[in-house]
Design a protein around this ligand. Structure first.
Ligand SMILES: [Zn+2]
Length: 173
């Protein structure tokens, strides 16, 4: 998937989770969504030609050489381990919210990449075998349609959040 789909997927995951948390102050929501935004594109740092890869040039190239594409940085088990390891380290409330947002964004990235033909190494580092639950090719028409749908849903949820519309009742606070 390209970065536009990933960003919109991450924002959707962030907005949805945010709507489940009652009485979140605006500052927390902003930090949480910011985290989800970063997390949604982070795993592709292992690819020099990706959006984040181009922004981080040398770092991305080094990671690609060391870890390869869609391996260590696209491994659900690795992130699960990292999440359990770091979540206790952040005692500051805002940092905790931010880091939760980042991991939610990463999760959305892994789900979306699992929908591609290339698939994802779900059990890496125990197995390099990639699993796919979809047939979407990156940058294809189908991805464009999926991205368009994600954008529409995000816009509707945002309009609901600001009480301009009331299409998704679950967004009501
Ligand atoms: Zn990816």
């Amino acid at each position: 998937m390209n970065y536009k789909t990933h960003i919109n997927g991450g924002i959707l995951a962030g907005l949805y989770m945010n709507c489940q948390m009652i009485h979140m102050p605006f500052s927390s929501t902003a930090i949480f969504l910011g985290g989800a935004f970063v997390g949604s594109i982070f795993p592709d740092i292992d690819h020099g030609n990706s959006y984040i890869g181009k922004k981080t040039k040398g770092v991305s190239k080094a990671i690609n050489k060391l870890a390869g594409h869609r391996k260590l940085f696209h491994a659900p088990l690795v992130y699960l381990f990292l999440y359990s390891a770091v979540i206790g380290m952040f005692i500051n409330k805002f940092m905790l919210i931010g880091i939760k947002g980042v991991f939610l964004g990463i999760l959305s990235h892994l789900v979306l990449d699992s929908l591609t033909v290339g698939g994802l190494p779900w059990f890496y580092p125990f197995s390099k075998k990639r699993f796919s639950i979809g047939m979407i090719k990156t940058n294809s028409k189908i991805e464009d349609i999926l991205c368009g749908m994600l954008i529409c849903i995000n816009v509707v949820i945002l309009l609901d959040m600001f009480h301009i519309t009331s299409i998704f009742t679950f967004t009501h606070r």
